[in-house]
Structure formats: structure tokens, C-alpha cells
Design a protein around this ligand. Sequence first.
Ligand code: NI
Length: 398
Amino acid sequence: MSRVEKQVQQYMKVLEPEFLENLRWLHQHPEISFEEYETTAFIKEKLTSWGIEVQDCDTKTGVVALLQGTCEGPCIALRADIDALPVMEESTCPYPSLKEGMMHACGHDTHTASLLGAAHILASMREEIRGSVKFLFQPAEEINKGAKKLISLHCLENPKVDAIFGLHNSPEIPLGTVAVKNGPLMASVDRIEFTIQGKGGHGGIPQRNVDPIVAAASVILAAQSIVSRNVSPIDSAVVSICNVKAGEGTTNNVTPHEVQMYGTVRAYTEETRILLEKRLREITESVSTAYGCQGTLRYLRELGVTRNDPSLYDIAHEAVKAVGAEPVDPVPSTGGEDFSDYLEQGVPGFFYWLGTRNEEKDCVYSWHSPHFRADENCIAIGAGTYAMSVFQAIEALK
Ligand code: NI
């Protein structure tokens, strides 16, 4: 074991009571996207007390901070999201939310506490850092806007970030494990909006109308053939139409003029994403035309693929082993992450899943459930993994 590894492991142990104190405060004070004021003040106070420079970047919530090492070298960014959800907590956590109707139901408190832990470890080991560390405490991940906000405020510059690491807790894998995936970990997320126009009229005299509902039903069914018939069986994709609107109230005898539908599309490669958009557009337009209607599709790209950079895989794998956790190879998720926004800026990045599952403590429920609970013993591992990623990456990139 190297000297640095030994030191990181020692700090993980010595500082753990503080990590847990921070986590408990954060868990009890959840704040929703772009309203993370108390959380922001809490983070700033902690960072400042450890001598880390909070960068003034004109954001009301969220914090960008910089820790300079002892010499010039690569700048490694560590990112944690800090926002909570409008969910009423019903978990068995012994320190539940003090704010009615708000809860860290996605466990972003574990990310914030882990990154604070890493900040304290790294500030204590400043002498060993041959470069610099940028801390990104990002607001508003839940609404896919926080990363874009920090990027627009030049968080990846001054100094320029050479690599970025992030993590999300996972109730799917046991405490003590960390998922380390080479390549795509989470999918791209696109929004689809359909408008199908016909000619409304009396539902009892259909021959006088052009029924957009029948056309919409055919579009919905035909869209299901894209994943089964156009996407390679070796690849993965999702097309879900989740919201269909037509007609007024409970009216049963009026054919409406128009149907509107909304859905979501997921993929793991740019090629598949382009294919999905092309086929959805063709189906919407030509199926609608076949029924005498006019169909249009709006295809809105919301998030890119969270693709772990192969050049950082060994670094990430070593970092996890160095803190005494077990690296595991996960099945990718069709969920999305706005961590992908940083990657789309051309910064190589790596995203971990931090194991938090523990049946004995009821830490089994999925993200966004009111029963969600993460095993708090994940914080030392999260903090250590962030910190070791910095040392491993600086060593490899310098
Ligand atoms: Ni989340």
C-alpha cells in the first residue's frame, strides 16, 4: 500500500464521525432544485473552514471551489449534486427530513456528504497534491438544469479541468461495493412531443370526420416496432409514450380535432439516437398521412449518454480498490444523469455508483420512493473514492 493510500484510509476512519454529522444535517434539511440556499451556505462554511477557496461564480445555489496543491499539474474536478425532491419522507431513517413535503429521496445528501468528506481529506493532504482539485457542488440535477448552469458560469475553466469524476448512490448494489463501468453507464434522455391533427365532428357520424385518435393509436403501436425491428438486437433503446391527450372532459360522442402525445426516448450511442429520431419522425408523418391526418414530431435532446471514458477506467478501478471497497461491473441503467453535460464539453469523465444496499437497515427501496434510505456507512467509501480518484488521475495525467 502506498503512503497516499494509507493516509487516505486513515482519514476515512478518523473523519468518519464528521462525515456522518454532515450527512445527518443534510438529510434533515432537504431543498429542491435551485432552492438549495441553506445547503449552499452549509457547504461554503465547511470548505472555507478547511482553507479551500470558494470561487465566486455568480450562482445563487451550488458551490464551485478550488484546492491548489503544492505545484502545477492537472486539474481534477469532483462533482456532487445537492438537490432534494418534493416527496414526503416515510423511511425508517432515524434522522428524517425536518421539512414537510421535501426529502432527499434520491440520496443526493450522500453525494454531498461524500464530496465534503473528500474535500476535508484532500485539504488535509494538500502537500501530496501535484496539481489542483475543483469541487463542483451542483444544484438542480433532478430537473436536468444544474450542470448546464455551472457550465455556463465557466466552472470547467480557471483552471481548465482535465478530468471529472462523479458518483451516485445505488440501492441495487451492496454497501462496500462500487460500480466501475467501462463505457456507457447511463442512457441519453430525449423528449418527444407529437401533434396529430384531423377534423373533428360528431362521434356518431364518423364518415364526416377525420379521426386523429385512430391515427394516434396506430402511431403508438408502430412506434413500438422501432426498438424491436430497427435497433440492433445487441444494442438497447427505449421508446415510451407516456401521456396522451385528446377530447374534452368525459365527452364520449365528439371526435376531437387533435391529439397530443408526450414521451421519452433512451439510447446508449449517438448512432442509435439518430436512428430513433429518424424512424419516429417517419412513422408519425406517414402513418398520420395514411389516415388522412397531419402528424408532426418535436424531438428535443435533453441529456447525452453518461459514457465513462476508457482512459480513466484503470484509474477508477484502482481508486476503488485503494480505499478497500470492492469494484463491481454493473448492468447499465436507462436512467439519465446531467453529469453527461460535462462530458459533452469534451472533458473525459468517470461516474461511479456507490453501493448503499443493506437489508438489515431497510436500505432497499429505489430512488424517489418515500421509503428510500441509504446506508450511511457509504459516506467514508464515497469520500475515499473521490479523494483517491484525484491522486490516481493526477499521477496518470501529469
Ligand atoms: Ni439522483
